[in-house]
Design a protein around this ligand. Structure first.
Ligand code: HEM
Length: 481
């Protein structure tokens, strides 16, 4: 299905030949289902995109994206899968981001107290500006709490992991990291530890259920003996909110009762108290906890599997600087080039939020490395980020974890790191859709490595897969000598 009001002699801004976008959507209903089966069961996501890139000889092509019928009524997208075409998704002068956070469908707003929360809003909507400004100002004013709160949370994490290893020989990094992330984010928002509220230790469990129900159409249950057509039910009908409702109500109440000064601020800036509170639950549960749930295990997976020689280099760099600076400070972190580069490399090789969507606000031309393509107003553009940040035209040995890739001259490559829904060299504002916690997330990852290598010389891991990313078991720690 192609159409073009441009004739082939018309040139793109970089004088690349204008091509019709290859690919097709197949028959109504059957096309989306076939693509869904290929995506989840026959090929898997990586293979799904790579075979089509080879078939169409293009990193820009048409395809359906799951879930399709009956959850989304329109699953047709134009996929952009290289580092050059992908940033069209960040250009909010040309694309709209309304209700596209999860892709071609949006969960019921019952999950969010009846509101369309910030992440579903386009910057052209006034509420986006108000909410994003509120978040940015909250983050700026919390700056001094980041390092001490994180270090306390991480200290609990490592103690728990060590106890588990002593008792059971291996430690489940994911569960312990999830609990740590929840405690850290809740404390940052409210000033109190969740165990001091009615949530006790159940906050991350309630959030997991709420997340799983919303995100089910984007994954598989991953059960070995479950036939595909049964698993596929979660892509066919939306799962109801009522299962998560009791837990969500507890999360909402805990935030409502504890984040009083933050909610006062929201109200004084003109945001309704209830709307602000549902937004804070989403920010804590989906944006922050959901992101960290994927990122921290992924970071430890890549550092763990890189092996002992990298561990030695990291430990030496980190310990030398901390000794010289006398403590773990913002300025100390800046003086650790290998550690900083290793964090960016983990964010490049496995971006924690791999899918981004937007719709064209106008007819526009998008360029890949070898062609230019016209996308019509209203068409949905979809980017699978891991292919853009592993683009061989930009990164040498893109599939390899190269911890020092971004040191020295390598820093120039940071503009091709897109994990925050924007370039690493750019900053979030109330008028764009970049993650407002971009710097906080990088800081959390840096402190995670610093704390790790202040405590341990090396460690070993066992890697598996879970719905949203990597599962990591720590199999041994060697304490710092
Ligand atoms: C590892 C952790 C995190 C990751 C990987 C992450 C990633 C992202 C990404 C990719 C987006 C853009 C989504 C899209 O529109 O496609 C985003 C948006 C957002 N993130 Fe983060 N994030 C993380 C942590 C946080 C934290 C800690 C906060 C707040 C304290 C936060 C608040 C937000 C908000 C409010 C948005 C919506 C921005 C907007 O609508 O303009 N995120 N994040």
């Amino acid at each position: 299905m192609t159409s073009s009001s441009f004739n082939q002699s018309k040139a793109s801004p970089a004088n690349l030949p204008l091509r019709d976008i290859p690919g097709d959507y197949g028959l109504p209903f059957f096309g989306p289902i076939k693509d869904r089966y290929d995506y989840f069961y026959n090929q898997g996501e990586d293979e799904f995109f790579r075979t089509r890139i080879a078939k169409y000889k293009s990193t820009v092509f048409r395809t359906n994206m799951p879930p399709g019928p009956f959850i989304s009524s329109n699953s047709k997208v134009v996929a952009v899968l290289d580092s050059k075409s992908f940033p069209i998704l960040f250009d909010t002068s040309k694309v709209e981001k309304k209700d596209l956070l999860d892709g071609t469908y949006m969960p019921s707003t019952a999950f969010f107290g009846g509101y369309r929360v910030c992440a579903f809003l386009d910057p052209s909507e006034p509420t986006h500006h108000a909410l994003k400004s509120f978040f940015l100002s909250f983050l700026a004013s919390s700056h001094k709490k980041f390092i001490p709160y994180l270090r306390t949370s991480l200290s609990d994490l490592f103690l728990n992991l060590e106890t588990e290893i002593t008792d059971e020989k291996t430690a489940d990094f994911n569960t312990n990291s999830d609990n740590m992330a929840f405690d850290f984010v809740f404390r940052l928002l409210t000033g109190v530890h969740p165990s001091e509220t009615k949530l006790k230790s159940k906050g991350s469990g309630y959030t997991d259920t709420w997340l799983a129900l919303q995100l089910a159409p984007l994954g598989t249950l991953g059960l070995k003996y479950l036939p595909n057509f049964i698993d596929d039910i979660i892509h066919t009908f939306p799962l109801p909110f009522f299962i998560a409702k009791p837990g969500y109500k507890k999360l909402y109440k805990a935030v409502y009762e504890s984040a009083t000064s933050l909610l006062d601020e929201a109200e004084s800036s003109g945001i309704k108290r209830a709307e602000a509170c549902h937004n804070l639950v989403f920010l804590a549960g989906f944006n922050a906890f959901g992101g960290m749930k994927v990122l921290f295990p992924s970071l430890i997976k890549w550092i763990g599997t890189a092996g002992e020689s990298l561990h030695q280099r990291l430990a030496e760099e980190i310990r030398t600087v901390v000794k010289e600076e006398g403590d773990v400070t913002f300025s100390a972190l800046e003086r650790m080039p290998l550690m900083k580069s290793a964090v960016y490399e983990a964010l490049r090789i496995q971006p924690p939020v791999p899918y981004q969507y937007a719709s064209a606000k106008e007819d526009l031309v998008v360029e890949s490395h070898d062609g230019a393509f016209e996308i019509k107003k209203g068409e949905i553009i979809f980017g699978f980020q891991p292919l853009a940040t592993k683009d061989p035209e930009v990164f040498s040995n893109p599939e390899e974890f190269i911890a020092d890739r971004f040191i020295g001259d390598g820093e120039k490559l940071l503009k091709y790191v897109y994990w925050s829904n924007g370039r690493e060299t750019e900053n979030p504002t109330a008028d764009n859709k970049q993650c407002p916690a971009k710097d906080l997330v990088v800081l959390c990852s840096r402190i995670m490595l610093v704390e790790f290598f202040l405590r341990y010389d090396t460690f070993t891991v066992e890697i598996g897969k879970v719905a949203l990313g990597a599962s990591v078991k720590i199999t041994s720690f060697t304490k710092a000598t």
